[in-house]
Design a protein around this ligand. Structure first.
Ligand code: HEC
Length: 305
């Protein structure tokens, strides 16, 4: 009978030990669990080329050079070509707020106060309905009231836009030579305008993704190198103090402050170690000699890729 109870006592002990071991393994694996949940890098490759109305709308690539000189005087009278060009630029840049018909009822403008201008009503404009004033609006924006500056659009595009807006109603004030002269002088259009640098959002996004991809590649090749060098003491130390080599090396790749001194390395170990792929007590696991060895090794490793 006594032996019988002894046996059960042993089973309990084994059982409790098993739970503790499993629990520890789970905790050690936590960084991986969270990593999978957030999917590694927090880069969201959202399609930024569609605006809220589903229209494809992205900024054209423009180098910070002079825009071509604009023949301002041709805008004395409207041509169907100007209106057409204006319409396509309007569709890309303005419809979201000003609406398909220019009635100020675009989706993105619904919550704006004041509302986007209705181009079918010439009353109560902030700057005004004349050619000069509309050009001023597109150049400077009325930012305090939710209308952005479109100085990034070439002057010709802006003039075409105005021609398109004017086509909504016959009542817009006529364009005069004096007005066009004043626009020309104020914004030196015949001389050409210095345009700000601008790249399309999509390209900017791709650049960011590409940079991350190249970090990924470097890290992968370093991990391979570390895993292959079974005899290098420093490589063994590194494996010892990290819980997730890939994550740890990515953190080191993104923060180069450790490169010049060993304390920088310790700072990285101590700052959110578990999240960053290091063991919680990484910096306490190292002797001074090991730290020096590791630092030198990491510098060689990063210099090599
Ligand atoms: C984010 C929303 C938004 C977009 C996009 C937008 N606008 Fe506006 N726009 C506004 C708002 C809001 C006003 C009203 C400002 C006010 O009442 O002073 C306005 C006013 C205007 C006015 C009248 C200014 C005045 O004197 O009252 C013109 C002209 C205009 N926009 C042209 C454009 C053109 C052309 C585009 C595209 C290149 C454009 N807007 C894109 C929100 C927008």
């Amino acid at each position: 009978m006594k032996d019988y109870f002894k046996f059960y006592g042993a089973v309990y002990v084994v059982f409790i030990i098993a739970i503790i071991v499993m629990g520890t393994m789970y905790i050690n694996d936590l960084p991986n669990v969270t990593k999978e949940k957030i999917g590694g890098f927090p880069v969201v490759a959202k399609d930024t080329t569609k605006d809220s109305t589903g229209q494809t709308a992205d900024l054209p690539m423009i180098k910070g050079t002079l825009s071509p000189p604009t023949d301002v005087m041709k805008y004395l009278s409207s041509t169907p070509e100007m209106v057409d060009k204006g319409k396509s630029i309007f569709t890309m840049n303005c419809v979201s707020c000003h609406g398909e018909q220019g009635k100020g009822d675009g989706v993105a403008g619904a919550n704006l106060n004041p509302k986007p201008r209705n181009f079918h009503d010439l009353n109560g404009w902030t700057n005004g309905t004349s050619m000069t004033m509309m050009y001023k609006t597109l150049q400077e924006g009325i930012t305090s009231r939710g209308m952005a500056s479109y100085a990034n659009l070439p002057p010709e595009d802006r003039l075409n836009l105005i021609m398109y807006i004017r086509s909504f109603l016959p009542d817009y004030p006529p364009v005069t030579q004096v007005q066009l002269d004043s626009i020309d002088v104020t914004y030196s259009l015949t001389k050409g305008v210095k345009m700000p640098n601008q790249i399309p959002l999509k390209l900017a996004m791709e650049k960011i993704l590409k940079q991350n991809a190249s970090v990924d590649q470097k890290v992968a090749s370093m991990v391979k190198q570390i895993n292959e060098s079974k005899t290098d003491t420093a490589a063994v130390i590194l494996k010892n103090i990290s819980s997730n080599l890939t994550k740890a090396l990515t953190v080191l790749a993104q923060d180069s402050t450790w490169n010049t001194n060993e304390m920088g390395l310790i700072k990285i170990f101590d700052n959110n170690p578990v999240q960053n792929g290091f063991k919680a007590r990484a910096s306490y696991m190292l002797t001074q000699t090991q730290l020096t060895q590791l630092h030198a090794y990491l510098r060689r490793l990063f210099a090599g890729v």
